[in-house]
Design a protein around this ligand. Structure first.
Ligand SMILES: [Zn+2]
Length: 312
């Protein structure tokens, strides 16, 4: 194991509180995020809003924050006529903004994780939830490697993330492509987080346990988990992860509300108090890093942080 990976392991040792949804919170701050490349526009035109979201989550108790780069990629930018330099700059900018929010809390050690969404996440067509891309493995590898290279081969004065968060991974195939993409940089630290369709299977249909066992073999893997999934599924999924590997378990499900595609609105319970009660069970089941994904807000993270404080 390399020095950097050891350091990152120690960064994630113990209990961590992750943040909640970036898009959700930007929306509450009045940022329009319905365009296909909303994060590009926010990073370039309203960086103070991104910092404000990070700040809100750190104040809520987050000890690990995800950058606002989920859908930033050269391919996604190219689809809308934006060049690769602009995509690369946006990726680096998101890291800077996260660090500048952390700098407001000099007494706290906050982990910065670069959010890296799956292939096609930029296109807003929902493909990441099932992972039927119809593209070659080599294309998937290259898609991920382009972003990794930007973050890994930085100039000396450039701020770097503590780890790379590959999230909302829909399939074993894409997770393996990420591992292949990471191969030139064994010293990096990364977590692999899958989106799941039921208590045992990732969105594309493979067993979560199979996916976890596969990614645990990558030298960069410092945690394995589940995000962007119904919170009710978490206890079973955490048990699957624990059976599959001894890596720290990271979970950040959605708030609990469900998207009603017919009426185009969110329905169901997703209140912070019940989220906090569920988080208690996730910690008890063996999750070490807990936060929220879609529709989870700072009020949800406050509840998670209170539980984490009790456990510490
Ligand atoms: Zn989500």
């Amino acid at each position: 194991m390399t020095k950097q990976t050891q350091e990152s392991d120690s960064i994630l040792r113990g209990i961590h509180v992750l943040d909640g949804g970036m898009a959700t919170e930007l929306e509450y701050l009045g940022v329009k995020i319905d365009g296909p490349l909303w994060s590009a526009h926010v990073l370039e035109d309203a960086p103070e809003k991104v910092v404000a979201v990070h700040r809100a989550y750190i104040e809520a108790g987050a000890t690990c924050i995800l950058t606002s780069s989920y859908q930033v990629s050269r391919m996604g930018y190219a689809e809308f006529g934006l060049d690769r330099e602009r995509a690369d700059a946006a990726l680096l900018r998101s890291v800077e903004l996260a660090h500048s929010a952390c700098a407001e809390f000099p007494d706290r050690r906050i982990v910065v994780a670069s959010s890296l969404g799956p292939y096609r996440a930029a296109l807003h067509n929902g493909a990441e939830y099932h992972g039927n891309y119809g593209c070659r493995f080599a294309d998937l590898v290259e898609f991920h490697r382009e972003r990794i290279r930007v973050l890994a081969e930085r100039s000396p004065n450039q701020l770097v993330p503590d780890l790379l968060a590959f999230e909302t991974l829909p399939s074993l195939g894409e997770a393996l492509a990420v591992g292949e993409a990471l191969a030139p940089w064994p010293e990096l630290a990364a977590w692999f987080s899958f989106t799941c369709r039921d208590e045992r299977h990732v969105a594309h249909g493979e067993l979560l346990s199979e996916c976890a066992a596969a990614v645990a073999r990558f030298p960069q893997a410092v945690a394995i988990g589940v995000n962007c999934t119904r919170p009710a599924l978490m206890p079973e999924l955490i048990a699957e992860l624990r059976r599959a590997s001894d890596k720290p378990v990271v979970v950040y499900p959605n708030s609990g509300e469900e998207w009603d595609a017919v009426n185009r609105c969110w329905r169901g319970a997703g209140d912070p108090t019940s989220f906090g009660a569920m988080a208690t069970a996730w910690f008890a089941a063996g999750a070490q890093i807990v936060g929220g994904c879609c529709r989870a807000r700072p009020a949800h993270i406050v509840q998670v942080a209170e539980e984490a404080d009790r456990l510490r």
